[in-house]
Design a binder for this molecule. Structure first.
Ligand SMILES: *Cc1c(COP(=O)(O)O)cnc(C)c1O
Length: 366
């Protein structure tokens, strides 16, 4: 049996006609930049996230960069974040000229440990950038409280967590702003790159909006230096078809996660732990196992797709060697990087496929 990590063809087969119709509408109007599809998607995502405003951008990375620029964060500033995330989280901070200050993670949820944030705050700190890893939101109440006391912005890297909740609040709703990615492997994936920023702050919305288009307002008058961070209307067209299906797909992932959890119960496999405060969208179903690297090879040899998110914590990346944060600086993140492995959890998986994945793993580990 073949079980890929993700099968976008299976999803596309169910929506193909609608996607092509939407794309054709864009092509027929030849409004190839911005336009009504982008605006409609912005309105619908804002509403889905309980936010007043949304701005479509070119990627999740550009959502983070635009947010940082729009909050005036740059050279000399520090942003507190997690070392256990996709590279773009810290990469964006460095690209605007600021310094990422890493704080270790919670060993159970893999998200930023709020208890360690305060010690990392200095007079240069401007923001906290929590990441909602694998689709589960970070522990936002203490993060918002610490940020409030120290007058820091909170930029939620919600790229893996669109429509995920924490105490009933949506990803992107609690922070100063929230950033989403429409990279095809995210729960709401485009047919190329795309992203979105949501916020309830009118002033920030305005700034993000003009920064998306080289900081110009009015056209050809530049008070700020922004960039070309625009969302492609072809992407918006495809995403408008997918957005109404997002909750159903995320529920499918939760059902699949529950199915695996049952299969792995009582074994050495550590299954994901979702806090009582959270509803995860399971962008990834990540287990922890001994002999992880051997298991990875074994799964590949048995035609089971899997991946490691992430094998190297950011403080140990070669490009950040100048920070002099050696092995042992963030032991919880470092340990997780050695033991985690993501399994297929996409909604179109069948019980037979999941049985095969679970049995192959349990056989190997016994
Ligand atoms: C995917 C992702 C990003 C970047 O999104 P792109 O659309 O690929 O630029 C940033 N942060 C996290 C946590 C992500 O998972």
């Amino acid at each position: 049996m073949q079980v890929p990590l993700l099968d976008l063809k299976a999803q596309y087969a169910t929506i193909k006609d609608d996607v092509l119709k939407q794309i054709n509408e864009v092509l027929d109007t030849q409004r190839c930049i911005g336009g009504p599809k982008v605006e409609e998607l912005e309105e619908k995502i804002a509403a889905a996230c309980n936010c007043k405003y949304a701005v479509g951008v070119s990627s999740g990375t550009d959502a983070l960069i635009n947010s940082l620029m729009s909050l005036g964060i740059g050279a000399g500033d520090e942003v507190i974040t997690t070392p256990f995330t996709f590279f773009a989280t810290a990469g964006s901070i460095v690209r605007v000229g600021a310094t990422p200050v890493f704080v270790d993670i919670d060993p159970v949820t893999y998200n930023l440990d709020p208890a360690q944030i305060e010690a990392a705050i200095t007079e240069r700190t401007k923001a906290i950038m929590p990441v909602h890893l694998y689709g589960q939101m970070a522990d936002m109440n203490p993060i918002m409280q610490i940020a409030g006391q120290a007058s820091l912005a909170v930029i939620e890297d919600a790229c893996q967590a669109i429509s995920s909740t924490y105490k009933g609040k949506k990803a992107g709703e609690m922070g100063t702003c929230g950033c989403f990615s429409f990279f095809p492997s995210k729960n709401l994936g485009g047919i190329g790159d795309g992203g979105m920023i949501v916020t309830n702050d009118e002033e920030l919305y305005h700034q993000v909006f003009i920064m998306r288009n080289h900081g110009s307002e009015p056209k050809y008058y530049h008070k700020y230096i922004g960039g070309n961070f625009r969302l492609d209307p072809i992407q918006a067209a495809a995403l408008l078809v997918k957005l109404p299906l997002l909750d159903k797909w995320s529920q499918g992932r939760r059902n699949n996660a529950a199915y695996y959890n049952e299969k792995f119960a009582g074994s050495v496999v550590q299954t994901p732990v979702i806090s009582d405060d959270c509803v995860s969208i399971y962008n990834q179903y990540v287990i922890r196992v001994p002999k992880r690297d051997e298991l990875f090879k074994h799964l590949q040899a048995n035609n089971i797709g899997c991946d490691i998110y992430y094998p190297v914590p950011l403080h140990l990346q070669e490009c950040f060697a100048y920070m002099n944060l050696g092995v042992g600086t963030f032991p919880v993140a470092e340990q997780a990087a050695k033991e985690v492995i993501a399994l297929p959890v996409y909604p179109e998986l069948t019980d037979e496929m999941q049985d095969y994945v679970a049995e192959t793993i349990l056989d190997f580990l016994s």
